[in-house]
Design a protein around this ligand. Structure first.
Ligand code: LLP
Length: 417
């Protein structure tokens, strides 16, 4: 069996066992080169026309990673005041931030208006509220084109069964509200869903969106959303998202639009999150107990659903490697096991019935592809402090980029009588 972390030199000059001892487990470890390479790829998807990729920071909002996105020339999108604050703190100028919320309070829209951050409105009511707060202003509307895609029904963010966006059929109502508040709809945005390796649904959605764009006459930006996938089954050689082929097919669709509007070419945008950071992050966790339960073997680790929620939420697959004395175990006997965490829920499983090298107490488990929607969706469920995050820098050495939470920190808001 191959080892991704060893073949890719993921830990640079560091030894994973020493990292685990120094910083403790569970531990998120990121690789700067890997993340920057992915960011460069998304930044270069369209070269022929004005184009910007927005890093969708919900995937990973560590300040060091946001700064990389800024340096790699990406814009960024935010879902909340918290995310806007972090982007401003990372140094993003307001005109490189896009606020794409849904169902937000007046204060959140006001925050974006006060900071001159372009905002997308996700419903007619939110558009009306925005108009009343910012008459004469510019904004975007999120359209739900009725087509969705993604790895699980919970991450399909367009189509007929989701809460997102305004139906195409309500375009006239958008114009009516815009007239009432003298709003300029200078952008339309969509996001069909997350984690597809076949770009076909995205490209169909692009084509359809360009047709919808024809209905708007003040467009400065058209934002097609994100969702480019990564190979979560990389140990079995699953193919990567083919950026080159995607880029060609995406450009061809834009050609057709530009031909019709040669004097009015908008800035085309996309919003990838996962693609930028997923493969550049792993989790190191320690095996604390191994046991048999009614015929199944359970490997008990400290990587609970509080550390990585994706397998519990979406039954997501993450490849696992076993590390012993700092080296990947790639040979020897294997067996089928359930790898679990230390949380009091039976859904607290990293995998079921997975064929892995025989694991012993004290081994390290390395969860691959955990850079996206890993730490950002972690919690302190069961009153467990959230993990530390370490970056393997371009120089190949480890740098702490987020401290492990302390008990004092997680209890600090409790109010005692
Ligand atoms: N733009 C918008 C408006 C979005 O809603 C999302 C993701 C993105 C961009 C970025 O999508 P990406 O390129 O990262 O696929 N927690 C789930 C993924 C939820 C994605 C929700 N929206 C997971 O762990 O798979």
């Amino acid at each position: 069996m191959k080892s991704y972390v060893e073949e890719s030199g993921f830990f640079g000059k560091e030894n994973p066992e020493e990292l685990a001892e120094k910083y403790g487990t569970p531990l998120y470890v990121y690789n700067e080169d890997n993340i920057r390479q992915h960011m460069k790829k998304v930044a270069g998807v369209i070269n022929k026309y004005p184009y910007r990729a927005n890093y969708s920071m919900k995937a990973n909002s560590n300040l060091s990673i946001l700064k990389m996105a800024l340096e790699e020339g990406l814009n960024a999108d935010a879902m909340s005041i918290g995310e806007m604050i972090l982007l401003l703190k990372a140094g993003f100028p307001a005109d490189r931030i896009f606020f794409v919320p849904n169902n937000v309070a007046q204060e959140e829209l006001q925050f974006a208006i006060n900071h001159n951050i372009m905002t997308s409105l996700d419903s007619l009511e939110q558009l009306e509220l925005f108009g009343s707060l910012n008459p004469g202003g510019k904004c975007s509307v999120r359209i739900n084109p009725g087509i969705g895609a993604g790895h699980h029904e919970k991450v399909i963010t367009a189509g007929k069964k989701t809460k997102f966006g305004i139906e195409e059929h309500d375009v006239d109502a958008i114009f009516e509200i815009a007239r009432e508040y003298d709003l300029h709809i200078v952008e339309i945005n969509q996001h069909v869903g997350s984690q597809y390796l076949d770009p076909q649904p995205f490209l169909e959605a692009v084509e359809n969106f360009l047709r919808i764009a024809e209905k708007f006459d003040e467009l400065e930006y058209i934002d097609f959303g994100g969702g480019y996938g990564i190979p979560y089954h990389k140990l079995e050689d699953e193919a990567e998202f083919d950026m080159e082929d995607f880029s060609k097919r995406f450009t061809a669709l834009l050609d057709a639009y530009v031909e019709k509007h040669p004097d009015n070419i908008p800035l085309f945008k996309s919003e990838p999150g996962r693609y930028c950071v997923a493969e550049g992050g792993v989790i190191l966790g320690r095996v604390h107990a191994v046991k048999q339960n009614y015929g199944n073997k359970y490997i008990g680790t400290d990587i609970g659903m509080n550390v990585l929620a994706r397998p519990t939420l979406y039954d997501s697959w993450h490849d696992l490697e076993v590390l012993r004395d700092g080296k990947a175990v790639t040979e020897g006997e294997r067996e089928n096991v359930y790898v679990t965490g230390n949380i009091c829920e039976s859904g607290d499983l990293l995998c079921k019935d997975r064929n892995l090298p025989v694991i012993k107490r004290g081994d390290l488990i390395c969860v691959l592809d955990a850079g996206a929607y890993g730490f950002s969706m972690s919690s302190s469920h069961n009153s467990r402090p959230r993990p530390a995050e370490v970056l393997i820098t371009k120089e190949g050495t480890a740098k702490l980029i987020r401290k492990r939470e302390t008990y004092e920190y997680i209890f600090s808001n409790l109010v005692e009588d």
